[in-house]
Design a protein around this ligand. Structure first.
Ligand SMILES: NC(=O)c1ccc[n+]([C@@H]2O[C@H](COP(=O)([O-])OP(=O)(O)OC[C@H]3O[C@@H](n4cnc5c(N)ncnc54)[C@H](O)[C@@H]3O)[C@@H](O)[C@H]2O)c1
Length: 264
């Protein structure tokens, strides 16, 4: 069996300044990859990169910005000496009942979660395909959500964007294969993890009156989860390292639930 290590690999992680993305960046580095943290937050992001060590780096990136992606990927290729792993993790969640939708909030979620991931795939393919600035093929891992696989109240638009990420993943794997890019494309469906986003979601669904309290919302999620607990950052990071590694060399075009069974 192939080892789960990433020695010599070069990775870019969007939304790597905090939360799941930070954990993924740390786990990829611990597995041997050189990592560029790409994030809007140019205060926290560089600190994460520095704490990983001198061979890692930070680029400021708004994932909704096509030209920004071109610059970020080119800087990552220069900094790392190539690029063969892109993790499209950056995302936002704006809780709302459908009857109260705010069009600007819908657009924002579509832009960051769906457009941001689509542009990430575009620029990863351009860099990694034969003749690209990196050119050696590689792996794209998109971060969808258990919300793409269940119906949870208060997160309809977020869930729709994550279902979109799921479909993007599958078509991307198909195009990469058909056109000989040598890039595997998979996504993960994380369960609820108490990051800033996850904790905020529990608070927001309670504020909307869907649950008595944030604690009751968390209890409801745990009650739907065969493993009987919330997810941890390390659970998601481990799945990303696995999908990035040669141990997953024949895993392509799938969505991997990392949700303790909640999304069955
Ligand atoms: N936490 C959960 O429970 C959970 C569950 C399922 C899926 N997810 C998904 O995991 C991913 C990470 O979530 P998290 O909990 O770590 O969230 P978080 O809010 O803690 O962190 C998100 C990171 O993305 C960055 N970001 C936001 N918009 C950006 C943009 N336009 N360009 C670049 N960076 C941007 C933020 O600066 C931040 O560093 C998201 O895609 C989220 O939808 C999270």
């Amino acid at each position: 069996m192939a080892d789960v290590h990433l020695n010599g690999r070069k990775a870019l992680v969007t939304g790597g300044a905090q939360g799941l993305g930070e954990g993924m960046a740390r786990a990829l580095a611990a597995a041997g990859a050189k990592v560029v943290v790409a994030d809007l937050q140019d205060d926290l992001g560089p600190k994460v990169a520095e704490s990983l060590g001198a061979e890692h780096g930070f680029v400021r990136l708004d994932v909704t910005d096509d030209a920004g992606w071109e610059t970020a990927v080119s800087r990552a290729v220069d900094l790392l000496g190539g690029l063969d792993i892109v993790v499209n993790n950056a995302g936002i969640e704006i809780t709302s009942l459908l009857v109260d939708l705010d069009a600007a909030a819908v657009r924002k979620q579509l832009e960051v979660n769906l457009l941001g991931t689509a542009l990430g795939i575009k620029h990863a393919f351009r860099a990694m395909r034969p003749g690209g600035s990196a050119g050696g093929g590689g792996v794209v891992i998109n971060v969808a959500s258990v919300a793409a696989t269940i119906a949870f109240p208060g997160i309809a638009v977020y869930s729709a964007t994550k279902s979109g990420v799921d479909r993007l993943t599958r078509v991307a794997a198909m195009e990469s294969g058909k056109l000989g890019y040598g890039v595997r494309v998979n996504c993960i469906y994380p369960g609820l993890v108490p990051t800033a986003m996850g904790a905020g979601l529990a608070y927001d669904v309670a504020r909307l009156g869907l649950f008595e309290s944030p604690e009751e919302a968390v209890g409801a999620v745990i009650g739907l989860t065969p493993s009987g607990r919330l997810g941890e950052v390390a659970d998601m990071a481990a799945a990303v390292v696995f999908l990035a590694s040669d141990a997953a060399s024949f895993v392509n075009g799938v969505g991997l639930p990392v949700d303790g069974g909640m999304g069955m």
